[in-house]
Design a protein around this ligand. Structure first.
Ligand SMILES: C=C(O[C@@H]1C=C(C(=O)O)C=C[C@H]1O)C(=O)O
Length: 433
């Protein structure tokens, strides 16, 4: 593996990557081909990319210019690479998977070019190998066993108090919206095999982007940006309700969400932040007047699909840099919201709510906001969930919303036991969940 520091890449001291992409027959379930845990993944509706091995790891130094640094280092690395690419489509040739901290001034952002990437999209499949990387035998998956939950940085009650404080700040006129998140710690009997979590998430949440990057695993519904040539797409989410017990309650909840002034305002803040970030980069931008409803197995969201055309040759990481953090995970105005998050949230978000995705040598790629995810290490996972707080938010309702959002990763860890309610940690019991 080339452990690359910025200096050695810039001076060309590393050996150029030898990259070869060839078409392959349909590999079937991409996740089933992952030989071991950990692994890299970006999958939706069975399509996308999986990767393993590490040809290059770039640890991004913390700082405001983290995205620019990463983009420049990758550009150098890819420009020096010897690439044989028979396909030349987004995601063929060398690809880096990446995940950035929510706060770029915190350490932990990382980009990895896997030794092997297997991908499929639109009826085509391909395999990219770097240096000696080759497909390897798949080791058996191991279930993590029983899962026990503990409070994360704050108890549920403490977090509810922080929500009430945020509401008071909003009512005093300091800001319009802030997103507050909480964490929960899960401990498993055995080492957590990331592939088990990915399999469950991809099956249960096919409309979401199931991802894995250097220990951050989840299934996010929120596409920050897809970049294909000069075309960009984004899916802005904000405003949430839970699923109903039956079809009638489900529809009534969806209709109430759509009619809720609080949720529509919360959503409008998120859309405005994306529009403001993208407008200067685009020659053409289409933002719908009204949101639509996105119905997932655990929650329903207000959703606005946005499309645009980039004015010049910006790469997907340039667009990510301009967009992050949107008001879906920060707030409005952004600066004041980030200050308040630092003041009262009571935890370090790490890479939760930061951009996660992949980029190729042409600058194409797909990046989501890392939601409905956990940071997995050994037999421990730290789960995250956040909620947009407005002046009329109710702490109890926000706690229930966070609990519903945790359900994605609880299902990933526990499988069907999560739905049955595991003895010892049913929803809301003790302090943890
Ligand atoms: C912050 C999260 O989700 C975000 C917040 C939402 C809301 O408050 O309504 C909805 C979707 C996401 O943009 C999360 O899942 O952790």
């Amino acid at each position: 593996m080339n452990k690359v520091s910025g200096v050695s890449v810039a001076l060309g001291l590393t050996r150029p990557l030898l990259v070869r992409t060839v078409p392959v027959a349909d590999p079937g379930d991409l996740l089933a081909r992952l030989p071991q845990s950990p692994a890299f993944a970006w999958i939706r509706h069975g399509e996308g990319l999986v990767g393993w091995g590490e040809a290059v790891r770039l640890e991004v130094p913390p700082g405001q210019d983290a995205f620019a640094w990463a983009r420049a280092r990758l550009a150098t690395l890819f420009a020096e690479a010897r690439i044989e690419d028979e396909l030349r489509v987004p995601g063929s040739g060398p690809v880096a998977f990446g995940s950035f901290t929510f706060d770029p001034r915190r350490p932990g952002s990382v980009l990895v070019v896997p030794e092997v990437v297997l991908a499929k999209r639109d009826g085509r499949a391909w395999l990219t190998t770097i240096g000696g990387g080759s497909p390897s035998a798949v080791t058996p998956r191991v279930d993590p066993g029983r899962i026990r939950y503990e409070d994360g940085s704050l108890t549920a009650a403490e977090w509810g108090e922080r929500v009430a404080r945020a509401v008071a700040h909003i009512r005093s006129g300091r800001l319009e919206k802030v997103v507050l998140a909480r964490d929960l710690v899960a401990r498993a009997d055995r080492l957590i095999d990331v592939r088990v979590l990915l399999d469950r998430l991809a099956r249960r949440y096919p409309d979401c982007y199931t991802f894995s990057c250097d220990g951050l695993v989840g299934s996010t519904p929120e596409l920050l940006v897809r970049h294909t040539g000069s075309r960009i797409e984004s899916l802005v989410l904000a405003g949430t309700t839970q699923r109903g017990a039956d079809a009638a309650e489900d529809a009534a909840r969806g209709a109430a969400l759509f009619a809720s002034r609080k949720d529509r305002h919360e959503h409008a803040c998120a859309v405005a932040s994306v529009r403001e970030a993208l407008a200067p980069l685009c020659s053409w931008l289409q933002v719908p007047d009204e949101p639509e409803l996105l119905v997932l197995p655990n929650v329903q969201h207000l959703a606005s699909p946005i499309t645009g055309r980039l004015a010049d040759g910006a790469s997907v990481l340039d667009v990510v840099a301009a967009m992050h953090p949107t008001a879906a995970v920060g707030g409005t105005p952004t600066g004041t919201a980030l200050e308040l998050i630092r003041e009262i949230e009571g935890m370090d978000r790490g890479r939760y709510a930061g951009p996660v995705g992949w980029i190729d040598a042409r600058g194409d790629g797909e990046w989501g906001i890392a939601l409905r995810c956990a940071a997995v290490s050994g037999n421990r996972a730290r789960l995250f969930a956040g909620c947009g707080i407005m002046g009329d938010s109710d702490p109890e309702a926000e706690l229930a919303e966070a609990r519903a959002k945790f359900r994605a990763m609880r299902y990933a860890l526990e499988g069907d036991a999560a739905e049955a309610g595991t003895p010892g940690e049913p929803d809301g019991a003790a302090t943890a969940v």
